[in-house]
Design a protein around this ligand. Structure first.
Ligand code: SF4
Length: 362
């Protein structure tokens, strides 16, 4: 089997004790059956600890958090399982996180997720948009997929990368609408034709953006299940002072000239990670909207940060992207709810995305 991944993937290193966050705090950590069987076989004092601190029920096994912390995260923020049993004893999630994977027959697409600050630093420190590489891996191909469909969607994703790079938001959104029709009919030939640039631009109203659209988006996000209990209040705070936050955007852009490059990385990341999953869920339209909505929310977080601190740096960019990623991307229910909202005709932002992005990137 081959792994397809951004070229920076191999450079990822967890910074462990130096991490200001830590993926062993605040998350439920499921243990895969194979690792759990090994944990049950460990003897001695550490084996007792493993038995005590793991919950096993009909849903599977997971670490029993102490407060918000993994019970094996010690006071130095280092992992006691790693220390006592070695790296090979970590469960699948702990070994892989923040690497993500999707299996498409004989190809496994992988990357590193923005919910981790070391991954964010890697992504936002690139000088240009990522290139990709194939690597042979010792893994069996997964179940059969529609190879023709996958190839067509990959071609479409490459075209979406190009449109996003050119900041042609109108074309990207029109592309998503047209692809959706073709995908529902599994018309791979039509998808290839669209991916070759033969799209029809859907006229978008050239009106100024209503703040109601942003208020509605922020309120919607603030009502989803939070990972960090502070997240809804942060969004509500941005809502309450939206005119000030929007007015801070130009100053933030001047103070942080690489903002546009960072947004290009962010949009590209979301396109790469989610676009081809539409082969399974048949919703490619949302996969073109999600990266743009992510960009807008992160820009609002950035402007709010600038307003509060009077400055903005790469650290802040890594942090705000991580916030959005953790709260939305890394909660399946939240991500699904947001993508579902894109189909609601009363969800104002979708119709105003083009105008809003044109204003922001002007
Ligand atoms: S969030 Fe990233 S850098 Fe921090 S502990 Fe987890 S994998 Fe390591």
């Amino acid at each position: 089997m081959k792994q397809y991944r951004p070229s920076y993937y191999k450079d990822f290193r967890c910074i462990a004790g130096a991490c200001s966050d830590n993926c062993c705090i605040g998350w439920e950590i499921d243990i895969d059956p194979q690792t759990d069987a090994f944990y049950q076989s460990v003897g001695g004092d550490f084996g007792c600890r493993l038995k005590q601190d793991i919950l096993r029920d009909e849903h599977g096994s997971q670490f029993i958090l102490k407060g918000e912390r993994c019970p094996f995260l010690n006071e130095q923020n280092l992992c006691d399982i790693y220390i006592h049993l070695g790296e090979q004893a970590l469960c699948e999630i702990c070994t892989q996180h923040p690497r993500y994977h999707e299996w498409y027959g004989s190809i496994k697409e992988s990357g590193v997720g923005l919910c981790c600050e070391a991954a964010g630093r890697l992504i936002f420190s690139q000088d240009s948009l990522p290139t990709y590489e194939y690597v042979n891996i010792d893994e069996e191909s997964s179940d059969d997929i529609d190879e023709e469909g996958f190839d067509a969607l990959r071609a479409a994703r490459n075209y979406a990368f190009e449109l996003a790079k050119q900041h042609d938001w109108s074309a990207l959104l029109s592309f998503g609408e047209e692809l959706q029709d073709a995908l529902e009919w599994e018309d791979w030939e039509e998808i290839r034709r669209l991916a070759a640039g033969e799209i029809t631009l859907i006229p978008t109203p050239n009106t100024s953006v209503s703040p109601n659209a942003l208020n509605q988006l922020l309120t919607f996000l603030s009502e989803l299940e939070p990972i960090d209990p502070q997240w809804p209040a942060l969004l509500q705070n941005i809502c309450d002072k939206l005119p000030d936050v929007l007015a801070a955007l130009p100053a933030y852009k001047s103070a942080y000239p690489r903002w546009s490059d960072d947004m290009d990385q962010l949009i590209h990341y979301f396109l790469y990670r989610y676009f081809c999953k539409s082969l399974f869920d048949e919703d490619v339209r949302s996969k073109t909207i999600l990266p743009l909505v992510a960009c807008i929310v992160v820009l609002l977080l950035n402007a709010e940060t600038f307003l509060r601190k009077g400055s903005f740096a790469l650290e802040d960019q890594i942090f705000t992207a991580k916030q959005f990623s953790k709260e939305i991307e890394y909660c399946t229910e939240n991500l699904e709810a947001l993508c579902e909202a894109f189909w609601d005709p009363d969800f104002l932002l979708v119709r105003q995305l083009n105008a809003l992005l044109l204003q922001i990137f002007a």
